[in-house]
Design a protein around this ligand. Structure first.
Ligand SMILES: [Zn+2]
Ligand SMILES: [Zn+2]
Length: 347
């Protein structure tokens, strides 16, 4: 089993604890509307880096993008100070392989606080298992980002401080300072990012509603979904892990999905994986005594023109014409562990 790196030369959790302690500096620097605004923007941007790229792209390959966009997404995720993309994706793939069973790095069955944050301090979780992320490890820039994962958060903190200094110099009426914008725009928002992200592992495996039958304890939790731009629809996610869209009900807001659709419109990402409405309807019957059959997760949202190679276009759409009869209901066998996504030939 190959592993890369440990904790970037620092004891596990030391920067994590320091960031929490540094939040106390809010007492010294005070607060201003502009500092709160920077904190909010910083939170939303970096959360999108975690949800869209670290989770839905690197961990689940739920869409495709070019190598420069892949790297930009990795940098945005790394700015959230949750280690590098390889480390994050490897642990998350392990979570899906063994969800709430022995081997899961962060199951609440071992304790709520273990799942929330104590697992981060376990020496067994410090290195990156490259055998779980061979499709990512072949990119040198991602390996470097993973190895020097403190670099991006450090530069982000410096940039935030510089922004505060600039704002204070240009508009003294804003009553802000470099330190104030640093504390709110980086430290407070980073701690908020930590606990919102961790809540997916702890809260969304214990509190909420289960729409689908899964072999784990995953739940749909609206509060966690709100804080994490849609990741709280976690039971949906464990049922359809490769879907780029996790909010599957009419009222299940999924801002990450909306952001990805915007990026697709701009041509920055493509081939967003979604679940066909028909498959979703069948899967929803799993909770009834008359359960539907297992269904595959596939289908990009729009058909693409046939490739120049002459091969048939495999993008699929619900067939037109009479609706197919629902297959005769039968009870589902226990689900097999979620397989790893196959290595992508090109991002
Ligand atoms: Zn989970
Ligand atoms: Zn996942």
């Amino acid at each position: 089993m190959s592993r890369q790196g440990r904790a970037g030369g620092l004891r596990p959790g030391v920067p994590f604890l320091l960031v929490h302690l540094a939040v106390l500096a809010v007492v010294a620097v005070g607060v201003s509307p502009v500092a709160l605004g920077v904190a909010l923007v910083s939170y939303l941007a970096r959360m999108f880096g975690i949800t869209a790229f670290y989770h839905r792209y690197f961990s689940h390959r739920s869409f495709r993008c070019s190598r420069p966009v892949q790297f930009a997404g990795a940098v945005l995720g790394a700015a959230a100070a949750q280690r590098g993309p390889l480390w994050w994706a490897a642990h998350h793939r392990q979570h899906h392989r063994t969800t709430d069973r022995p081997g899961d790095p962060h199951s609440p069955r071992e304790g709520f606080w273990h799942a929330h944050l104590l697992w981060l301090f376990d020496p067994a979780n410090q290195g990156t298992r490259l055998d779980l992320v061979p499709d990512l490890a072949r990119y040198r820039e991602l390996r470097v980002l993973d190895r020097f994962h403190h670099l991006v958060p450090t530069l982000t903190a410096l940039a935030t401080f510089g922004l505060g200094v600039g704002l204070a110099a240009a508009w003294p009426g804003l009553h802000t300072s470099g330190w104030q914008v640093l504390v709110w725009g980086f430290l407070v928002s980073t701690v908020a990012l930590y606990h919102s992200t961790f809540a997916v592992n702890s809260v969304a495996h214990r509190f909420g509603r289960r729409r689908f039958v899964t072999r784990d304890d995953s739940r749909n939790n609206a509060v966690v979904a709100l804080l994490t731009l849609g990741e709280g629809w976690h039971n949906n996610h464990h049922r359809f892990p490769r879907s780029a869209r996790q909010g599957m009900g009419r009222l299940e807001l999924d801002p990450t999905w909306l952001g990805l659709r915007l990026l697709a419109r701009l041509g920055l990402v493509r081939d967003l994986q979604t679940v066909l409405a028909r498959a979703l309807a069948l899967a929803a019957t799993e909770l009834s005594p008359r359960a539907g059959p297992e269904v595959a997760n596939h289908a990009p949202p729009r058909p693409r023109p046939a490739p120049a190679t002459g091969r048939p276009d495999r993008s699929s759409r619900p067939p037109r014409g009479p609706r197919p009869r629902r297959p005769r209901a039968r009870l589902l066998p226990p689900r097999a562990p979620v397989p790893l996504e196959p290595p992508s030939s090109a991002p």
